[in-house]
Design a protein around this ligand. Structure first.
Ligand SMILES: [Zn+2]
Length: 320
């Protein structure tokens, strides 16, 4: 399914050459702030001695999704990228602007809805264009790390393109607590990579602007599982063994029937039964106490941690 005739060669990015058994930090300039300050995207390249796949690990496509940035950073300090075979291209933080503005977007635009992008478009569009052209088109596969939007906390999970067998195989190897196929979204990074025959796994763990230790741990373990499978890292590297990933085939958000103060009474990731109370929506005067119940058996794969709820807001993502 995966090719076996990899070449081991010098990698070249923006005029920087990374030889065999070499690693390098490259800074790709993308724009200037109105004050003239240059904005650069740091990219680490770890090129192994022997032939193997070239893998992209990308964090912070959405600037406020801090778990994606933190887990990549932690792997950098843990020296997880001692690469023997193939090449790993690591982007710890793609959306520098979103990170600075505590926003998923880049100047009001979602980079993940800006592909394929263009040379002369908005900053998000240019970012998408150059990301594909300079980094992504030469990789064999990649992992794009995300978190739930706002305060919707995703229990660690990987999503793959259902019609892409290699992406599904990568999801199985990753072995996150949950895995499922998810439809391609037009203009997204995964969609653009699919069009270019590059399988991308999307990891989701935790929520925006809050570090979530279990998501960071599962994200690191999954990445190491994949790198180890392809013999890119030392076979003896210690990976916390987890139970087998649970395949989800149906997913649905449980939404609020009433507005009020919301609090969850279950744990994220938990198995729940039809009719089980998942949380409470209360008015602010202590008069009412509305029980939110599970519509069917399944697993809680995301919980909204935001306490002020309007009717129709997504509360629990249940997968079965
Ligand atoms: Zn995201």
């Amino acid at each position: 399914m995966f090719k076996t005739n990899y070449k081991n060669e010098v990698v070249e990015i923006r005029g920087h050459k990374i030889g065999l058994d070499e690693s390098k930090l490259i800074k790709i300039p993308i724009d200037r702030l109105p004050t003239g300050t240059l904005i650069e995207i740091p990219v680490y390249v770890f090129n192994g001695k022997e032939a193997g796949p070239t893998v992209l690990l990308q964090g912070g496509l959405h600037g406020d999704e801090v778990n994606s940035i933190e887990l990549i950073r932690r792997m950098l300090i843990d020296k997880s990228y001692k690469i023997y075979r193939g090449c790993v291209i690591v982007v710890p933080l793609l959306n520098v602007f979103g990170f600075l503005n505590l926003s998923r977007d880049m100047h009001g635009k979602d980079v993940n809805r800006s592909f394929p992008g263009s040379k002369k478009g908005s900053l998000a569009s240019r970012m998408a264009y150059y990301l594909m052209k300079e980094l992504v088109l030469n990789v064999d596969f990649g992992i794009d790390f995300h978190t739930g939007g706002e305060q919707r906390c995703n229990y660690p999970q990987v999503r793959y393109t259902p019609q892409d067998n290699r992406a599904k195989a990568l999801a199985t190897l990753f072995n996150a607590p949950f895995m499922f196929g998810s439809k391609l979204i037009p203009k997204s990074f995964r969609n653009e990579c699919f069009k270019n025959n590059i399988p991308i796994l999307v990891f989701e763990g935790g929520e925006s602007l809050r570090l979530n230790p279990i998501s960071i741990e599962k994200g690191i373990n999954g990445t190491l599982n994949i790198l180890r499978y392809f013999n890119m890292i030392n076979k003896d590297v210690n990976i916390t063994t987890a139970t087998k990933s649970i395949q989800i085939s149906k997913r649905k958000w449980v939404r609020a029937n009433i507005a009020g103060l919301f609090s969850s009474t279950i744990k994220n990731g938990e198995k729940v039964q039809k009719g089980q109370v998942l949380g409470l929506i209360m008015d602010t005067y202590g008069e009412t106490n509305f029980k939110v119940k599970a519509p069917h058996d399944g697993y809680v794969i995301a919980v909204n941690n935001f306490p002020i709820i309007n009717m129709g807001d997504a509360l629990f993502h249940i997968g079965s």
